[in-house]
Ligand binder design. Structure first.
Ligand code: HAM
Length: 432
């Protein structure tokens, strides 16, 4: 179809837009996202994590384990009754799904897996907070060795450095375990109860369902009360304190800088012992968490499996890319293709050459609709390709093609026999 025939039709008003809180990620930015995921996949694989893919929806009960008093469960879940009359939810995160898969398949431990993909939370959208967003992450089940905690944290830390991000900080905390947390919760509840009337209305409600979660309030009114509240790290049992000490000692030895953040409680209820969060100071305060994780030693048994400790993290892809923008690092790949074909003889030659180049592993593109030579050159420049291959009447007659460099000041041209073109391009591309 000629481009002109599309332009001559009356333009229909676009009536549909992507749903609120979701985005279309277009070529360029989508390639950048893919490159980021590939970089992570490579690091995770080198650290011994296998790739796992679980469904994007699960039975609602799987996610109820995130905590009956968390916003994720009470307000943000995309749940629905399907045609089989079962109640499902689009996954708001992947830890519960991965642990469900662990319980279902009972793989050998330690089971170390990495994942990527979209998550869904019905949140109030704003910059860096979406209703569909992407995470990359790892989970490791089967041991509570503190050196696994340090390894997992180090994997996250190293990933940000690898991207070139300098303004990420790490906060760690221990949330205790079932032996010491109940006594702490009692002390915390007692403390908040004596100040109940000074707390915001929302926090007064949270106090009734989960006093720990009050520490997570970002409301101005609650801050001075939260600042004075008792903290878990002062109430750890000897065993839990030793575990936390082990994690910190290893982080020190790995020279990973961190801050102990005793009020870090995270937004999900399954955490025990080590918890951590990565924040980017290049981003707006309220959306500056670029990743987080921790131990969830009871989640496998809560989901009906054997008592199996676990730890992991998830990093927010969308926010990491915003942090990369803010720090001016990890640019979008500058081009999708290596070669752009310019054919002024109608297009058949370019079709044949493009087929041969692609089979040989050279990424290439070309213009359609028998555009003018000028228009094709413009498209070639825009494509970001390193080389143009020009096919004119003379070239076709002599069984040749002309290679022209598209980068740098020196746009040198060479004509080569068509049967040597692929080899010549491979040679040149290996030196660019
Ligand atoms: P999370 O803290 O809820 O943890 O999410 C991890 C990261 O996902 C956040 O730090 C943030 O970068 C990103 N994120 C969360 N919500 C949004 C949103 N609405 N828009 C954009 N980005 C968002 C978890 O999901 C746990 N599953 C982490 C984990 C793994 N814990 C143990 N293993």
């Amino acid at each position: 179809m000629r481009v002109g025939s599309v332009a001559s039709r009356p333009m229909a008003r676009p009536s549909f837009r992507s749903p609120k809180g979701t985005r279309d990620i277009l070529p360029g930015e989508a390639e950048r996202q893919r490159a980021l995921v590939n970089t992570f996949a490579d690091s995770a694989r080198k650290a011994g994590f296998g790739h796992v893919i679980t469904p994007m929806f699960e039975e609602l009960g799987v996610f109820k384990r995130l905590g009956e008093s968390t916003d994720v469960v009470t307000k943000e879940m995309y749940d629905f009754v399907a045609k089989d009359n079962n109640r499902y939810a689009l996954r708001p995160e992947l830890t519960a799904s991965v642990v469900r898969a662990f319980v279902q398949h009972r793989p050998q431990i330690p089971w170390k897996v990495w994942y990527e993909g979209p998550q869904f939370r019905y949140e109030r959208p704003q910059a860096g907070r979406y209703r569909q967003f992407s995470q990359i992450g790892v989970e490791a089940l089967g041991t509570d060795d503190p050196s696994l905690d340090a390894d997992v944290i180090a994997l996250g830390w190293n990933f940000y450095s690898q991207l070139g991000l300098n303004e990420v900080t790490l906060m760690v905390n221990s949330l205790g375990d079932p032996t010491c947390r109940p006594a702490y919760l009692e002390a915390l509840t007692r403390y908040f109860e004596t100040r109940r009337s000074q707390l915001s209305e929302q926090s007064q409600h949270t106090l009734l369902v989960n006093p720990l979660r009050v520490l997570d309030s970002k409301r101005e009114q609650d801050q001075s009360i939260i600042d004075e509240a008792p903290v878990m790290v002062d109430h750890l049992s000897d065993e839990t304190a030793e575990h936390f000490g082990g994690v910190r000692r290893l982080l020190d030895r790995m020279e990973i800088p961190y801050e102990i953040s005793p009020r870090l409680v995270r937004g999900l209820d399954y955490y025990t012992r080590t918890t951590f969060e990565f924040a980017s100071h290049a981003l707006e305060g309220s959306q500056n968490a670029v990743g987080g994780g921790g131990r969830y030693d009871s989640l496998a048994s809560d989901l009906g499996g054997p008592d199996t400790p676990g730890i992991g993290f998830a990093l927010g892809v969308d926010r990491i890319l915003l942090a990369c923008d803010a720090e001016g690092v990890f640019d979008a790949p500058s081009s999708l293709v290596d070669v752009f074909l310019i054919d002024v003889t109608g297009g058949d030659e370019a079709a044949m050459i493009s087929q041969a180049l692609m089979v040989s592993g050279i990424a290439c593109d070309r213009a359609y609709d028998a555009r003018s030579m000028r228009a094709q050159f413009r498209a070639a420049d825009k494509s970001g390709a390193a080389f143009a291959v020009i096919i004119g009447e003379d070239e076709v007659e002599n069984g040749q093609a002309t290679i022209r460099s598209l980068r740098g000041d020196d746009r040198e041209q060479t004509t080569v026999a068509t049967h040597l073109l692929t080899e010549e391009l491979h040679k040149r591309l290996s030196t660019t």
